[in-house]
Design a binder for this molecule. Structure first.
Ligand code: SME
Length: 178
């Protein structure tokens, strides 16, 4: 771990060229997220910055954040958006389904998802990526949009890659401590 980074050294996010594709945007976001967390051991600061970076770079979001496994349930972690449900049982809603199944959930219309938990009435579509370390779910990354079908397979693959990058870089035992 490199602890030598100057206190105010926040990496800059390169401006995107006009007409940049979704793939271009995600490549830049992935690089940016790596720069934000590399050399910084504080899980809370890192997850907060990652939520902010995603909020800044993925179009159409009304909410993005982390839920962390605390004991047997998911508890709200760093996020951007309106205040949200604090505790979600594993297996409940989109987040709990992703946590239980360890499979990403892409929901084009939340009203069609049985058991969807409506934290923000504006949300119309949602994607949830499970965060799995050594076979154990340690949390989920949840993105909500006020647009129908805002997320597709490209978002899923790109966000899974970003979560994969995060898995070895975050102190999950501290992040999931009860
Ligand atoms: N809609 C989620 C709950 C979390 S909020 O969207 C922030 C779900 O059904 O799990």
């Amino acid at each position: 771990m490199n602890y030598d980074r100057p206190v105010h050294d926040i990496p800059t996010l390169e401006p995107l060229a006009i007409g940049a594709s979704k793939n271009d945007r995600y490549i830049a976001l992935r690089r940016y997220v790596q720069q934000l967390v590399d050399g910084e051991p504080d899980w809370l600061a890192n997850l907060a910055n990652v939520a902010a970076a995603i909020n800044d770079r993925v179009p159409g979001l009304n909410w993005v954040g982390f839920y962390l496994m605390r004991g047997s349930e998911l508890v709200l972690g760093p996020f951007q958006g309106r205040p949200a449900c604090v505790r979600i049982a594993v297996g409940r809603g989109v987040c709990g389904t992703a946590a239980a199944s360890q499979v990403s959930q892409v929901v084009p219309d939340v009203t069609a998802f049985p058991g969807h938990i409506a934290c923000d009435a504006r949300s119309r579509s949602e994607i949830v990526i499970p965060i799995v370390v050594d076979g154990r779910t340690v949390g989920v990354l949840d993105l909500d949009s006020d647009r129908l079908a805002n997320f597709d397979i490209e978002d899923r693959r790109a966000l899974e890659t970003i979560v994969n990058d995060l898995e070895p870089r975050i102190d999950w035992s501290a992040a999931t401590r009860v």
